[in-house]
Design a protein around this ligand. Structure first.
Ligand code: GTP
Length: 598
């Protein structure tokens, strides 16, 4: 196809506003996927994604569409992940497009994450087509939502499309708008090859499959390509398009979207944002905007059973093949033994990896509380990056500690403004801005330490607003604060994996709440267990877990067989994950106690 008849677009939408349903509709209407083939949510094909109902990995689909003008068009839909942790991947997939559908649920309104992605799209000069979805719902208020979009984003909504992805309303209009409003790619076929990688995944048989958009020039199967950032060279075994299943082709040129397989061993060698060029006639410069994925959140992973250490290493190795943002190195803890310190893009990324390790690799893990990366300057001027609180140098060696700060933007119904401001205040937040939108909705902007966000901020936001508030955040830099290390001693022994870094002003209340929580979470033993929180050698809070009285169970459940059975069943079901620290068995929840202090 000539470049003039290619349209590359993506869909920007908040979770649940109907992106997948709309994508399915477009594939069906263009005959790309037959009704029979159509599995529900074709694009979300990872099991975990479907279960969580969110899109993690991007993919693409090529559709042939005959326009009302009688011309044949190729429409490439490039999917974007819908979560803050993956905003870099979102930006790369947007760069691969000339336009975007902005899908907003007509019964809801614009949400924080949608806004963030619209701004990204505008930054890259994408043509944005507003689509009001779910107009079939009785509660749909397209006029209100349109004025919201116009007011907040300043986007002209005179051409906004009223649609129902579910009922198939407005789909033809959407396809026509893509053809007429989204500009075709630039015709740069004569230039040296430059193709932008916007996604990749590991296939055990063919090696890494790389998804890309050709920005300049063209590429053929069998050619030798070079990745300009990783500097590796490969011969293309297979070149193709995503329709949405992989279909091999001989050649792809500027403007087209496709995939290659080239016996690439790990996704690290073909990272999102890297540029593919020809080894024989390389482009002068890679495409702009490449960024290394930088882990922001760290935690320790320890097998409950020390024998599983090698299995854990193997599992991490394999996950890494498919996840270049996953970072890990061996960690030895005096309390926990051998494990790994792992870095993640954010909390969701962390949860996904943990779940996969347990589910797909059948590992029993103890996971320690998440930590951010602190920047510590020592007295001798040396600067250290500390992602493990137990490694924080003692106060007399430190000149200063800085911690990462984020700017967080929330959109919430007015009624919850008070409680959300209170939340931000208790999290050391600094108020920045508040604006009233339409009809009782408000945006609220704060700057606060990332450390205060990674400890269940999102859950708090959701529960305080009954699920109605949404948020988006990005890193703005580091700031110096008076931070101290809080140590926890169980039965007199310091537990390094429970150490945490807190602001001095909060140390006492956190220390107190923490030992109280631990007292609840750690089961009774045959002996009394003292619990202490300390800063340096100073104990700031102490508690103890009383010894178990043996006859308690016997007395209570004496004659009642059925009740005893029930109890035993319950115990078997909740086979508790425990780690033995010396003589004390500590359950998984205790290591996360800090997340539940409120
Ligand atoms: P993520 O994949 O989590 O980002 O969600 P999504 O934006 O892809 O939303 P999805 O397509 O999964 O739709 C969310 C829910 O809204 C599903 O239950 C859909 O059936 C429903 N839905 C989607 N479009 C419409 C519509 O036009 N009308 C109505 N009534 N429901 C819709």
């Amino acid at each position: 196809v000539p470049v003039s008849r290619i349209r590359n677009f993506s869909i920007i939408a908040h979770i649940d506003h109907g992106k997948s349903t709309l994508a399915d509709r477009l594939l069906q209407t263009t005959g790309t996927v037959s009704d029979r083939q159509m599995k529900e949510q074709f694009l979300d094909n990872m099991e975990l994604e479907r279960e969580r109902g969110i899109t993690i990995k991007l993919q693409a689909a090529r559709m042939n569409y005959q326009g009302k003008d009688g011309e044949q068009y190729v429409l490439n839909l490039i999917d974007t992940p819908g979560h803050v942790d993956f905003s870099y991947e979102v930006s790369r997939s947007l760069v691969a497009c000339e336009g975007a559908l902005l899908v907003v649920d007509a019964s809801q309104g614009v949400e924080a994450q949608t806004l963030a992605n619209v701004y990204l799209a505008l930054e890259h000069d994408l043509e944005i087509i507003p689509v009001l979805n779910k107009i079939d719902l009785p509660g749909a208020e397209p006029e209100r939502v349109i004025s919201e979009i116009e007011e907040i984003i300043g986007l002209d909504c005179s051409g906004a499309i009223l649609a129902s992805a579910k009922e198939g309303i407005g789909i033809d209009e959407i396809l026509e708008s893509i053809v007429h409003l989204v500009p075709p790619p630039q015709d740069t076929i004569d230039q040296p090859l430059r193709a932008l990688i916007f996604d990749s995944y590991y296939d055990p048989y063919r090696g890494v499959i790389v998804y890309f958009r050709v920005m300049d020039g063209s590429v053929r199967t069998g050619e030798k390509v070079r990745l300009m950032v990783s500097k590796k060279e490969y011969e293309i075994d297979e070149l193709g398009v995503l329709s949405p299943t992989q279909i091999q082709v001989e050649q792809l040129h500027a403007g087209e979207v496709g995939y290659i397989a080239a016996a690439i061993k790990t996704v690290e060698d073909a990272r999102v944002g890297d540029t593919i060029t020809l080894a024989a006639e390389p482009a002068e410069k890679p495409l702009p905007g490449y960024k290394e994925a930088k882990p922001m959140v760290f935690c320790g992973l320890f097998p409950t059973d020390a024998d599983q250490y090698e299995d854990l290493r193997e599992a991490l190795n394999r996950l890494k093949l498919n996840d270049s943002a996953l970072n890990y190195e061996p960690e030895t803890s005096s309390a926990m033994g051998f494990g790994f310190r792992c870095g993640f893009l954010g909390l969701l990324h962390m949860e996904i990896v943990q779940e996969r390790l347990e589910r797909e690799y059948d590992l029993d893990l103890i996971i320690t509380a998440p930590s951010v990366v602190y920047r510590v300057t020592n007295m001798d001027g040396e600067v250290l990056e500390i992602d493990n609180p137990s490694l924080l140098p003692p106060p007399q060696q430190r000149e200063k500690i800085e911690e990462p700060y984020v700017r967080i933007e929330m959109i919430t119904p007015e009624t919850y403004v008070g409680t959300l401001m209170e939340l931000c205040q208790t999290r050391r937040g600094e108020f920045k801005d508040m604006r009233y939108l339409t009809q009782g909705r408000t945006t609220l902007v704060y700057e606060l330490p990332l450390a205060e966000v990674v400890t269940d901020f999102f859950d708090q936001l959701k529960s305080r607003s009954r699920g109605y508030a949404s948020m988006e955040y990005h890193l703005i830099g580091y700031q110096e604060n008076t931070l101290v290390r809080l140590d926890v001693l169980i039965n007199g022994d310091p537990v390094d994996s429970l150490a945490m870094i807190v602001h001095r002003d909060k140390a006492y209340s956190v220390g107190r709440a923490l030992v109280e929580k631990l007292r609840e979470l750690i089961p009774r033993h045959q002996f009394k267990i003292p619990l202490q929180a300390s800063i340096g050698s100073r104990v700031i809070a102490s508690e103890h877990i009383p010894a178990l009285r043996k006859d308690v169970l016997a007395k209570c459940y004496g004659g009642d067989i059925s009740r005893k059975k029930k109890l035993l069943q319950k115990q078997a079901k909740g086979k508790k994950r425990m780690k033995s620290l010396g003589t004390v068995d500590v359950p998984q929840e205790a290591f996360m106690a800090v997340l539940r202090l409120e």
